[in-house]
Ligand binder design. Structure first.
Ligand code: VGL
Ligand code: ZN
Length: 243
């Protein structure tokens, strides 16, 4: 064969392998399907897939029910699974109804900072606070409840909104040798984002599986959350990226 044909052949080979390397390294939007294989050091965190955050609940997240089959399928890939539940007292400080003259989705100032005020939601022991009935996670080892102190909210599964009270999740995961978390559930821009960012602060590698989440998106909160998560080193992936 002519010399230039073989040069063209090796150039294509080079470009082909460079493209493959980029996919594996996660450059650009595309990633090879099934390229991430969770191991014994990985945990799936399923955030707040509760009736309150699904149609018919007290703080419904648009499309919230759609995460359930995605998460059920992901579960087969994980040896460690943790579930969280938003678990508020009646008259909780994060409820607008607790603050005279305040309406849901307004804000107030709390000793720990600005608090968004929500409709009453996820009250301890109510059907509204129960996990969605179609969520099938028989191998989940831990359910973390959060936001159960009347005067303190907790979007994060790791640290309450006071910024100092630990939920115990980091200790649990570290004791079990977990160094990487994959965060899913509701809502992308609140409890999922705060959980993923605290995971980074606490030294974990953190992924958010985007199509296993849905957002509230209050005044641009979704775009802001992705920017903050990306800046914190949280990796944004899709369920099809998981082997
Ligand atoms: C959440 C608002 C209030 C969440 C919890 O799970 O993202 N959002 N409480
Ligand atoms: Zn809440």
């Amino acid at each position: 064969m002519p010399a230039n044909a073989s040069a063209e052949f090796s150039r294509r080979l080079f470009l082909g392998s460079t493209a493959a390397a980029c996919l594996v390294a996660g450059f650009g939007a595309a990633r090879a399907a099934g390229s991430i294989k969770p191991d014994a050091k990985s945990a799936l965190i399923v955030v707040d897939v509760q009736n309150c955050f699904i149609d018919g609940g007290t703080l419904p997240v648009k499309g919230g029910a759609a995460v359930v089959p995605v998460i059920n399928k992901l579960a087969a890939s994980f040896q460690n699974i943790v579930v969280t539940q938003d678990w508020h007292t009646p008259g909780h400080a994060s409820f607008a109804s607790t603050h005279a003259g305040k309406k849901p989705f307004e804000t107030t100032s709390m000793p720990y900072g600005t608090q968004v005020l929500w409709p009453d939601h996820c009250v301890q022991g109510s059907d509204d606070a129960a996990l969605h009935k179609d969520l099938k996670l028989p191998t989940a080892g831990l359910i973390i409840r959060k936001g159960f102190r009347k005067d303190v909210d907790s979007y994060s599964a790791f640290v309450e909104a006071d910024g100092k009270t630990m939920t115990g999740l980091a200790g649990y995961l570290k004791e079990r040798g977990v160094d990487t978390v994959f965060v899913t559930g509701l809502a992308t821009d609140f409890c999922v984002a705060w959980t993923a960012m605290d995971a980074r602060k606490l030294g974990f590698t953190a992924y958010v599986i985007e199509d296993a989440t849905r957002a509230i998106d209050l005044n641009g909160s979704l775009a802001a959350a992705w920017k903050q998560m990306t800046d914190a080193g949280v990796k944004r992936i899709q369920a099809s990226d998981i082997a």
